[in-house]
Design a protein around this ligand. Structure first.
Ligand code: FMN
Length: 372
């Protein structure tokens, strides 16, 4: 058995890499492709009972590139949930489980604020054989206009109620997917865990406006001359996602031990994944990197994660999951630690107090205070 294999909420994954809900899991064909390429699990594109209400526009993506390198760092989308009929999804869930019985298939679901709708969608998906659920309480655009997605996830009371409806019905593990568009992600996390969800997935995209075209003066992505705020993903969101994963993992460690975390946001390499796991994730999810580089990135990701583990002598994911949480503390503690260690490098003329900043050496002084 590979040292990357892992178990989360009873789901046995060949490796911790999971396709996040979005275009890379949008029909049976691409889900089969992802499983064939070796992804540990796939979360399908979010499904709902009535796809006729879902109407997408074009262009629906806009990208932030490095000024010199042209590399894509940020990706905004105004894409909605799946526009494919629910009946087709049910057939495809069955097909995928027939063709890939060992593959882990997680149904991402979203419904309106009605108990009967949530119960129906859970029952029909689990009867079709899905291995787990991810509740999309977090899509930041389009759906909130129908009081769905992040409109629910931003309200801990509604989130707890809806998760409770799901937990009454679900016979397979349930992860609640969090929106980052809140001040304290610990609050909705606690609400979902109080309702009994086995795990948390985080984060969904961050509300954004990608830019304004300086010729047309229209905001982007521009649809018939107009735009609407969308969801930001890719490498640029990594540090924000990592911080939120750490906060959720701390709540799990201190208040809900045994629950799981699926970390999401800007993950492109095995090294990125290792950092999420060190700060408490059990699995990691990847969406935009697959859209940028294709399904085959699973191989270098697994190789790099395994190389990291070898370097530190870790034999399993469990051996380092959450290891670095112990090194997160408050600022006053950092001051105390530094005072007793006296580690400030005087030779580099590091700014000690705000009065030391000098207009002529400003860039060098900034540099000396930075790491990386
Ligand atoms: C084009 C696009 C469509 C997405 N659609 C969904 C969706 O249907 N349901 C969902 O829960 N998340 C959706 N997401 C969010 C991703 O699953 C993920 O949470 C987010 O993109 C951050 O991860 P990443 O940086 O690896 O892309 C979508 C993201 C993108 C870029």
């Amino acid at each position: 058995m590979s040292k990357l294999s892992t178990t989360a909420d009873g789901l046995r994954l060949a490796n911790p890499f999971v396709i996040a809900s979005g275009p890379p899991g949008t029909n049976a064909n691409v889900i089969g492709k992802a499983l064939d390429e070796g992804w540990g699990a796939v979360v399908c594109k979010t499904v709902s009972l009535d796809a006729s209400k879902v109407v997408n526009v074009y262009p629906r993506y806009a990208r932030l590139r490095g000024k010199a390198s042209r590399e894509i760092y940020g990706w905004e989308n105004i894409e909605l949930i799946s526009d494919r009929p629910f009946e087709i999804w049910i057939d495809e869930f069955k097909q995928i489980k027939d063709s890939h019985p060992e593959g882990i298939l997680i149904a991402s679901i979203m419904e309106e604020y009605r108990q009967d709708a949530w119960i129906e969608i859970v029952e029909r998906c689990q009867d079709a054989g899905v291995d787990a659920f991810e509740l999309n309480m977090s899509c930041p655009h389009g759906l909130p206009e129908r009081k769905m997605g992040s409109a629910m996830g931003e309200s801990p009371e509604i989130l707890e109620e809806v998760c409770g409806w799901v937990m009454q019905t679900a016979r397979v593990p349930v992860w609640a997917k969090m929106t980052p568009n809140v001040t304290y992600i610990e609050e909705p996390t606690r609400a979902a865990l109080r309702a009994g969800c086995q795990g948390i997935a985080a984060i969904n995209t961050i509300r954004s406006v990608m830019g304004v075209d300086l010729e047309t003066l229209r905001p982007e992505p521009t649809v018939e001359g107009h735009s609407t705020p969308g969801g930001y993903s890719s490498q640029a969101i990594f540090p924000i996602a990592l911080r939120m994963a750490m906060e959720i993992a701390t709540v799990i460690r201190d208040e809900f031990p045994g629950r799981s975390l699926s970390g999401i946001g800007g993950i492109e390499t095995g090294a990125d994944a290792a950092q999420f796991i060190l700060l408490g994730a059990n699995t990691v999810q990847v969406c935009t990197a697959v859209m940028k580089h294709g399904y085959k990135i699973i191989r270098p990701m697994c190789e790099a994660l395994e190389a990291f583990m070898d370097r530190h002598g870790f034999e399993s994911i469990d051996q380092f999951q959450g290891h670095s949480l112990q090194f997160i503390t408050g600022h006053s503690d950092l001051v105390r630690l530094q005072e007793s260690a006296r580690t400030v490098d005087q030779a580099k003329a590091v700014v000690q107090a705000d009065a030391d900043w000098d207009g002529d050496d400003f860039v060098d002084q900034s540099d000396a205070l930075a790491r990386g």
